[in-house]
Design a protein around this ligand. Structure first.
Ligand code: PMV
Length: 313
């Protein structure tokens, strides 16, 4: 039987997480060395319209309509079929494999959604625009995250660096000169929904202070955007450090993240910050490419679980 396969990359947020939920801009980039894959195989001998979902990493082997109606994997398949005007999917098996660690700020949920959307569309002999893929994945992000800004589904559907403002059309960001990042996993799973909810509660307590912090983060994002486009990434390090201080003030850093960020800076990183929801998950360090292995090694010695070196642009 022919198989229809689609892949989607991980992502990191370079600048602007959390403030982006409140209308400030953010910059995110794909991480193509980590991927989610979805494979759709027709099962002509299976009963009419029977869809089996297999995701061994989460011990899932179930028929689509046995899953709860708001199960993210069921929703993404149904929304894609609906978008394409298909009343049902011809019987098939959808396998999901992902190298992206979940709950770590790398966009694993959105990447799985985007891979499924594209594989199901291909199975139905159709293709969808990046905007439509992103729109469907956003609906599923709401199940995972509650009030997502939409940055994850946007950068992952586009597979390019983006300057993202909630509710505005997708704006790719031109990277004037490539730069190197070390991405390190703190090893602490941290669901984004929890940190986003905590920031919301704190903002409700003291809106003036939090709006001012969001404004400062927004200003950093604009400066970073100009430097990336102009091809002056070396100067991004200082902006990362300032963004990290503001994330600390929002209450989404943690002693483990601070320890790892300090280790990266000490080993020669030009700047470092948490990336994504925070508390645990991943941090990113900007490095000269010649220092990447030294910084990666220092992060491992400081306790990071997984370390990846990636080039942006
Ligand atoms: O933890 P991640 O990588 O899914 O990123 C969350 C980013 C936030 O700004 C904290 C939330 C959002 O929806 O943008």
């Amino acid at each position: 039987m022919p198989a229809f396969t689609a892949q989607a990359p991980a992502k990191v947020i370079l600048f602007g997480e959390h403030a982006v939920v409140y209308g400030r801009p953010a910059i995110a980039v794909p991480v193509t060395s980590l991927r989610a894959r979805a494979i759709v195989r027709a099962e002509p001998r299976a009963p009419h319209g029977q869809v089996r979902l297999l995701a061994p990493a989460v011990q899932l082997d179930a028929l689509l309509d046995e899953l709860a109606e708001d199960h993210p994997l069921r929703r993404v398949v149904e929304l894609t079929a609906e978008e394409l005007g298909a009343a049902y999917l011809p019987a098939c098996q959808i396998s999901i494999q992902s190298e992206i660690p979940p709950a770590s700020g790398l966009g694993s949920g959105a990447a799985v959604s985007v891979a499924i959307i594209r594989a199901v569309a291909a199975y139905l002999g159709k293709s969808l625009s990046d905007e439509t893929v992103s729109k469907i994945a956003y609906e599923v992000e709401k199940i995972y995250h509650g009030t997502p800004s939409g940055v994850d589904n946007t950068v992952i559907a586009l597979q390019k660096a983006v300057f993202f403002v909630r509710g505005e059309p997708i704006q790719p960001l031109r990277v004037g000169r490539p730069f190197t990042l070390v991405i390190a996993d703190s090893g602490i799973p941290s669901p984004t929904a929890a940190t986003v909810a905590d920031v919301r509660a704190a903002w409700q307590q003291d809106p003036e202070r939090f709006e001012a912090l969001f404004d400062q983060i927004g200003a950093i994002v604009l400066q970073a955007c100009a430097l990336i486009e102009k091809g002056q990434p070396d100067q991004l390090g200082e902006l990362m450090n300032r963004n990290q201080s503001l994330l600390q003030e929002l209450g989404v850093s943690s002693p483990v993240l601070e320890h790892l960020i300090e280790a990266a800076r000490h080993a020669g990183a030009l700047g470092a910050k948490l990336s994504g929801g925070g508390r645990g998950g991943n941090l990113i360090a900007l490095v000269n490419s010649s220092d990447a292995s030294t910084v990666a090694q220092a992060l491992k010695e400081a306790g990071a679980r997984g370390v990846i070196v990636t080039t942006v642009g």
